[in-house]
Design a protein. Structure first.
Length: 422
């Protein structure tokens, strides 16, 4: 029997949540085939089988938290593909029915829904998880918001039943003030749905709050005339796609413009470490991508060394991996500056939040036709975009922030100059 353990996930990532079992007890799996999908703070990670065999036991359920090194499943490498689910079920049932050595001699008849799960490695290591309960009971306790460690079971063998959970929930409710109890009672005439936040959504929420509480964040704005850039793009987009196999978008131009502005204003390409400022001499630009699970920010490495086609290819590759939940941790770490484009959703104006520990983020917005004064007597309708720079005022002065944004504006309005920025 082989123990399948939670692998090292990434630097500073020590735990995850079981998102989905890809194989079930009794399934025959080949070496390297994925068994379970884990959700971490940043990406989803599949845990593969270390050898071929039959999956015997799942030690955790979807929604459970697991730590690096936890035994998450057991695999029988000696079993044949024809073993089928019956063999796994019989072994699982045997493990569930096994009594402790010092248990009382009396037997307790168990209903099918009250079968116990084997005690996992996490149960042994975590005091909060040492209680013995069936999967149905564990799920019921989670729905009630009751920790198993808070329950005193009436079963002589220590098994936690549904009625034990109900009793503990009733005691908790009885301790609440009447006003608080009234607030907790949902009005049937105003139906609501309660949805548990995913691990990634909680991480996003915490990081955004931390960024606002830690940094002295300010935002400065400007507007860009997109006329020349759109004309250049229209002239070259067909040949560009024919030569490079990728569409010529706005993101490569803005990435190039950001790199040019960062070279002129290096403190925008920095971070704070204690009482020191780290000026970064490289240009790894993070590009915000919206997915069903929330915003992720993969990194375009060495953007200053890539041509327009290289940037467009890399942005498309990372965006596709983000939507497929296939991003590696390494592809999300180490960015020095971030670009986010709310314009794809129709946003005309926003104040983006810093992607800590970075000290600058550029917000792009919707391009919209607006009347622009050409001189004292003439107006023209021009495609205009508002751009925003949020920055950490602890190390970036207003003068540099405004200068950075003006530099981006100048380069976008004169896109041929981007070829000279290096």
């Amino acid at each position: 029997m082989i123990d399948i353990k939670v692998p090292e996930l990434a630097e500073s990532v020590t735990e995850g949540t079981v998102a989905e079992w890809l194989k079930q007890p009794g399934d025959y799996v080949e070496k390297g085939e994925d068994l379970v999908e884990l959700e971490t703070d940043k990406v989803n990670v599949e845990v593969p089988a270390e050898s071929s065999g039959v999956l015997k036991t799942q030690h955790f359920h979807p929604g459970d938290t697991v730590k690096v090194g936890d035994v998450i499943a057991s695999l029988d490498e000696t079993a044949q593909e024809s073993s089928g689910p019956e063999a796994a079920d019989s072994e699982t049932e045997a493990a569930r029915d096994k009594e402790p050595a010092d248990a009382p001699a009396q037997s307790v008849e168990k209903a099918p829904e009250q079968e116990e799960t084997p005690v996992s490695q996490a149960d042994k290591d975590s005091p909060a998880d040492r209680s013995v309960a069936s999967p149905a009971a564990r799920k019921y306790a989670r729905e009630k918001g009751i920790a198993l460690s808070e329950i005193e079971p009436r079963d002589p063998l220590g098994r936690i039943r549904k009625e034990d959970i109900d009793e503990r929930a009733a005691k908790a409710t009885a301790k609440k003030p009447a006003a608080e109890e009234e607030e907790d009672r949902d009005d049937p005439a105003k139906p609501v749905e309660r949805i548990r936040m995913s691990r990634r959504r909680k991480t996003i929420a915490n990081r955004l709050v931390d960024a606002q509480q830690t940094a002295a964040m300010l935002t400065t704005f400007n507007e860009v005339d997109m006329t020349n850039l759109m004309a250049l793009r229209n002239r070259w987009k067909e040949k560009f796609q024919e030569d490079h196999g990728v569409k010529l978008g706005f993101m490569s131009f803005f990435t190039k413009a950001v790199v040019g502005a960062l070279k002129k204003y290096p403190y925008v390409n920095a971070e704070i470490d204690g009482d020191e400022i780290i000026l970064k001499k490289y240009y790894d630009v993070s590009i915000a991508v919206s997915t069903e699970d929330g915003l992720v920010v993969p990194v375009v490495r060495d953007a200053d060394r890539l041509d327009f086609a290289g940037i467009e290819n890399e942005v498309n590759r990372l965006a596709q991996k983000a939507h497929d939940k296939k991003l590696a941790i390494e592809e999300l770490q180490g960015g020095s500056f971030t670009i986010t484009n709310g314009g794809v959703f129709g946003s005309l104006w926003s104040t983006p939040i810093l992607n800590a520990p970075q000290v600058g983020i550029l917000g792009m917005h919707k391009t919209q036709m607006r009347p622009v004064a050409i001189d004292n007597e003439n107006f023209e309708n021009r495609p205009m975009m508002y751009i925003a720079l949020s920055y950490d005022h602890r190390i970036i002065d207003g003068k540099d922030a405004v200068g950075f944004l003006v530099k981006v504006k100048e380069l976008i309005e004169n896109p041929e100059a981007l070829l000279l920025e290096g």
